[in-house]
Design a protein around this ligand. Structure first.
Ligand code: NI
Length: 174
């Protein structure tokens, strides 16, 4: 297992649509293990493969608290089948958008069909934080980020701020 580098905005790859995983081989299993390790290392509760530069439809989540036992779930080729009318509101952050939190309303409950870590097709319902987390990660697979919920002006401001911060070199006078 290894920790992979997390890609941040404004990297264009984050806007790409990820491809379904056709076969479940050793590389895919390694990718999943690396995603979990990278997510835990960054204290995130979810991570999509595109965030480490791999355009495959795979996400990992674990919303358990630090005191609890870990509850890792891996979703291959996840599809949202049903959503509730009832909504829930969370202030969401994203490992690909440092220091940015945005209030986003999403369906409180979602039903997701996916292939699990053992290659079995599953349909499962998620509620609350887990539901929001899964929807956030599936958005990544379609190139959608939390800043896409904002106006273009606000979005551009955030991207500019992050880009500036990242490219801020040491100032020297010679
Ligand atoms: Ni994210």
């Amino acid at each position: 297992m290894s920790i992979r580098e997390i890609i941040t905005v404004p990297n264009e790859i984050l806007k790409e649509i990820s491809e379904p995983i056709e076969k479940f081989g050793i590389n895919e299993k390694k990718l999943i293990n690396d995603l979990f390790e990278t997510m835990y290392d960054s204290n995130g509760i979810g991570l999509a493969a595109v965030q480490v530069g791999i355009l495959k439809r795979v996400i990992v989540v674990d919303v358990s608290s630090k005191e609890e036992e870990k509850k890792p779930i891996c979703f291959v080729n996840p599809v949202i089948k049903k959503v509730s009318d009832e909504m829930s509101l969370y202030e969401e952050g994203c490992l690909s958008i440092p220091d940015t939190f945005i209030e986003i309303e999403r369906p409180k409950i979602c039903e997701v069909e996916y292939v699990d870590i053992n290659g079995k097709i599953k349909t499962q319902e998620f509620d609350g934080l887990l539901s929001t987390c899964v929807q956030h990660e599936i958005n990544h697979l379609d190139g959608k980020l939390i800043i896409d919920h904002l106006s273009k002006l606000k979005k551009d401001m955030i991207i500019k701020k992050i880009s500036k911060f990242k490219k801020n070199p040491d100032r020297i006078i010679v």
